[in-house]
Design a protein around this ligand. Structure first.
Ligand code: ARG
Length: 465
């Protein structure tokens, strides 16, 4: 039926017909972007103050808007606000509620603004807070690792390459490796936060506005460090969201590598750790089982976090400048990745506090596998044998041990000297696990003194000392 019902949409002026119900359902984002309400209101208040200051609305109108928005926020927080899918998104839900509440002044809020710059603003404000929340969670995880490193200081274990025993190390050295990863994650997030922390508002639909706005005032109100330089770039840009997703990805991938180690280490084959009962689950059929489901899930969830980054990269890939509705697809991916990574981080800190390392097993695993072979080679190098030759000598000694099914340290001095007369009685300290570990004095090495220094530095940085 032609002209049956004029559109009641906020943008409905030029429409003769109401939107199809299927279109409303397909295009609405309110189910997920409602979580931007606080930041949407915060941005609108700053915008209204600027409009009043510039004489684009009266001071009374400005105050009525700010007051109305405060009431709406309280209503949302009480759970009394009704979100309407026919109003599409959080921006229009709030603006409509404001106009219903305060009348014509509400209809002036959108002066010199478009949802294209508004949504970009809301997302940046939201992600700025999330970056801070993630930083705090990462810091807690680092502290949990530092505490474990302190608890187990002195415990030895095999270090691995190719998942083959390589060289003996301190467990604390291994644990502090994760502190470094999470430190880089924090630094990466801080860099991302800097690029998030730039005001997009004022780009309007995409070309800027003819009204005399003051973007710097809004930036100051909202704590932004700068304003974006190009209105077209601004409305089409989601680099900051992609970058946040990448940061989330590396965090989750670090957690996934940790998870893999916990899964391996809690197997009978390794038996390096016991995860507390409260953090494990049983099998519905095999009564003897205790499964490391939490690290397994954490490893598994990496798939969805990675998927979110890939999804948004593909969404942005072919978009012509500037804003396109495709960009609405950004939020669900980022929200899901954020929820997943935050939950994973907070459970990691708990998990670590509830994990006991099997000190005897770790120690026993340093015997076997010729893990001090490099120490023997280094010993020969210190006696001026070129490293490549030393490598060859030690290789032949290892072959003999394999034939005899014994360890390097089990050979007699005479037997060792048949391979090189540079070898003397002090070799036996060098071939011991402690001797090997404590010889690794290079900066960043596993010698106990180096690890103690590293741990003290970390505790200091994390404010634990
Ligand atoms: N909900 C929209 C989004 O997330 C807001 C911007 C809509 N802009 C527009 N011109 N339709 O992208």
């Amino acid at each position: 039926m032609a002209g049956q019902q004029q559109s009641e949409k906020m943008w409905g002026g030029r429409f003769a017909e109401a939107t199809a119900a299927s279109v409303e359902a397909y295009s609405a984002s309110i189910q997920y972007d409602a979580r931007l309400y606080h930041h949407d209101i915060m941005g609108s208040k700053a915008h209204a103050r600027m409009l009043a200051r510039q004489g684009l609305i009266t001071a009374e109108e400005g105050e009525a808007i700010v007051q109305g928005l405060t009431e709406i926020e309280a209503e949302i927080e009480r759970g009394a606000f009704v979100f309407k899918p026919e109003l599409e998104d959080i921006h229009m839900n709030i603006e409509k509620a404001l106009t219903d509440r305060i009348g014509p002044a509400g209809a002036k809020l959108h002066t010199a603004r478009s949802r294209n710059d508004q949504v970009n603003l809301d997302f940046r404000l939201y992600l700025r807070d999330e970056a801070d929340a993630l930083d705090a969670l990462l810091c807690e995880v680092q502290k949990a690792f530092a505490r474990a490193a302190r608890r187990y200081l002195g415990t030895v274990m095999p270090g691995y390459t190719h998942l083959q025993r390589a060289q003996p190390v301190l467990l604390s050295h291994h644990l502090l490796a994760y502190v470094e990863m999470f430190q880089r994650d924090r630094e990466r997030l801080a860099g991302c936060r800097q690029r998030i922390n730039i005001l997009p508002l004022g780009a309007a639909a995409m070309a800027g506005t003819g009204l005399p706005i003051d973007r710097r005032f809004v930036a100051d109100e909202l704590g932004f460090a700068a304003i974006t330089a190009n209105s077209m770039d601004t409305t089409g840009d989601r680099d900051f969201a992609l970058e946040m997703l990448f940061c989330l990805n590396l965090i989750q991938i670090h957690l996934s590598r940790l998870s893999e180690e916990l899964v391996l280490w809690s197997s009978k084959e390794f038996d390096f750790v016991r995860i507390g009962d409260r953090y494990c689950t049983g099998s519905s059929i095999m009564p003897q089982k205790k499964n490391p489901d939490i690290p397994e899930l954490m490893r598994g969830k990496t798939g969805r976090v990675t998927g979110a980054l890939m999804a948004l990269l593909m969404t942005v890939k072919g978009l012509p400048l500037t804003y396109n509705r495709d960009l609405q697809e950004d939020k669900e991916q980022v929200f899901d990745a954020l929820d997943t990574v935050k939950a994973s981080l907070s459970i990691t800190a708990e998990l670590l506090e509830n994990t006991v390392f099997n000190v005897e097993r770790l120690q026993a695993a340093t015997i076997g596998g010729f893990m001090t072979a490099t120490d023997l080679a280094d010993y020969l190098v210190k006696r001026n044998l070129p490293f490549r030759q030393a490598h060859g000598v030690v290789g032949r000694i290892v072959a003999l041990c394999q034939q005899r099914d014994c360890e390097l340290i089990d050979l007699s001095l005479d037997e060792l000297r048949q391979f090189s007369d540079l070898i003397e009685a002090d070799i036996f300290t060098v071939l011991s696990v402690d001797g090997s570990i404590n010889s690794r004095l290079s900066d960043g090495g596993t010698a106990q003194v180096r690890v103690e220094e590293a741990l003290a530095r970390v505790e200091q940085q994390l404010g634990m000392a």
